[in-house]
Design a protein around this ligand. Structure first.
Ligand code: ADP
Ligand code: MG
Length: 422
């Protein structure tokens, strides 16, 4: 995967119409529709301001939520959810779409930018086309929710062509969507010169750099709930890292595979062989693989459960592993001290429960204290670091949950591959 891609700074945007794929998939209050967190809108400001200052006209687009643009399919889905088919009117469906309009985002964006944001009534309809044609340098408009178009998630070339037809250049800003081969995140690049905005540039430089040419030693810390959801990440990092540290729920499948008793801990019996293969592969490649030696266990999955220290290989039958123990914390924090790069994906324990957040906190603190380049990938890991107050101490916290995992898997990302090489 080539991470060296052209950015907005590598092309002339003056007087050009720029189709800017943003990630305005913001959380909204269910009852009022009010935007509850505008972080994603704020994140786009530097790229938007740069483009406007350079004299580009910006046609922003984004998806929001999961609207169902096909009435019949909507009825089918709602019926499957147990709704009475008689109550499923066209009016209700239209209301469900209207609730996912980007109009509130246009309003918020306009407040943040301090200038008008022209809102289009559709994505590639007559209103969008007319407004795009009239847009002047230094002006910005927002297309309606791209998922109102049936062709968006299917990467329909006609939709991509219609979107591209309104602009001269495509700039991708939405790192959270680069793993999806959708019309607005990859398809349009077939018809326009395509470059990255500042956010994707940063993701590519730092995370791409760490994978392609890491400052060594490279330590990968992998945790989270399941081995099965991290197979791709483990496989890829085993080929690149000098040390791999395993924590979180998946550690118990490794412990069981090594002959341990793990009680009621999270266990994926289908992956025992895989765990042993990985341990063998690490040995063969000279990669240090660290597994937890002690565990904070509990008799039930609950915030009020009493933490009980035990040997990871000998967890009592009626207990489950919830966090790494003190000996493991000491070994893991020691391993990152002299690292050149640390990539962390997956919490060390059930950090949502304060009594079982210590392992995750200690690792976050060790990353905050080390001189190494520190990279956090994964939605829950990013949330954990922020919740524990270490977010500003990390070199880079990837903004795309699913996208950052696929990035760490070394997968070809359609929304990155479609950009022009440097
Ligand atoms: P990410 O989103 O960063 O990739 P994951 O989704 O893989 O991370 O895992 C996060 C979840 O793993 C958290 O909700 C956390 O509670 C859970 N988890 C961590 N350790 C354990 C454990 N020992 N038992 C059960 N769940 C765990
Ligand atoms: Mg997750």
């Amino acid at each position: 995967m080539n991470y060296n891609k052209k950015t907005v700074k590598d092309i002339d945007v003056k007087g050009k119409k720029v189709l800017l794929r943003c990630d305005f998939n913001v959380p909204q209050d269910k009852a009022t529709g009010a935007i509850t967190d505008d972080k994603r809108i704020r994140a786009a400001l530097p790229t938007i301001q740069y483009l406007l200052e350079q004299g580009a006209a910006v046609i922003a687009c984004s998806h929001l939520g999961k609207p169902e643009p096909n009435f019949e399919k909507w009825v089918k889905k709602q019926t499957e959810k147990g709704k009475d088919p008689a109550s499923l009117t066209k009016e209700k469906w239209e209301k469900s779409l209207a609730a996912l309009s980007l109009a509130p985002v246009a309003k918020r964006l306009s407040e943040l930018l301090g200038q008008e944001v022209v809102m289009a009534a559709d994505v590639v309809g007559s209103d969008a086309k007319a407004k795009a044609a009239a847009l002047q340098p230094g002006e910005i408009m927002l297309l309606e929710n791209t998922r109102f178009e049936k062709g968006e998630t299917k990467n329909d070339p006609d939709l991509a062509k219609a979107m591209a037809g309104m602009a001269d250049i495509y700039v991708s800003f939405a790192f959270g969507a680069v793993h999806r081969a959708h019309a607005a995140s990859a398809g349009v690049a077939a018809y326009l010169p395509a470059v990255s905005g500042f956010l994707i540039q940063q993701e590519l430089e730092i995370m791409g750099g760490a994978l392609a040419n890491p400052k060594r030693p490279l330590v990968a810390i992998l945790g989270g709930s399941k081995v099965s959801s991290k197979i791709g990440v483990i496989n890829n990092l085993l080929d690149i890292a000098d040390t791999i540290i395993i924590g979180g729920g998946m550690a118990y499948t490794f412990a069981k595979a090594q002959g341990g008793s793990v009680g009621k801990s999270l266990l994926e019996s289908d992956w025992l062989g895989y765990c042993n293969d990985m341990i063998a592969k690490a040995k063969e490649k000279g990669v240090k693989l660290l597994l937890p030696v002690d565990t904070m266990a509990a008799s039930e999955f609950s915030a009020d459960a009493e933490p009980v220290l035990c040997d990871t290989m000998a967890i009592p039958d009626d207990m489950m592993g919830m966090d790494i123990g003190p000996k493991t914390i000491a070994a893991y924090t020691d391993a990152v001290k002299d690292a050149g790069t640390v990539i962390w994906n997956g919490p060390m324990g059930v950090f949502e429960f304060p009594a079982f957040a210590e392992g995750t906190r200690a690792v976050a603190k060790a990353l905050a204290d080390t001189d190494a380049i520190t990279i956090i990938g994964g939605g829950d890991s990013a949330a954990a670091v922020a919740q524990l107050g270490y977010a500003d101490k990390m070199t880079h916290i990837s903004t795309g949950g699913g996208a950052s995992l696929e990035f760490l898997e070394g997968k070809e990302l359609p929304g990155v591959a479609c950009l022009l090489d440097k």
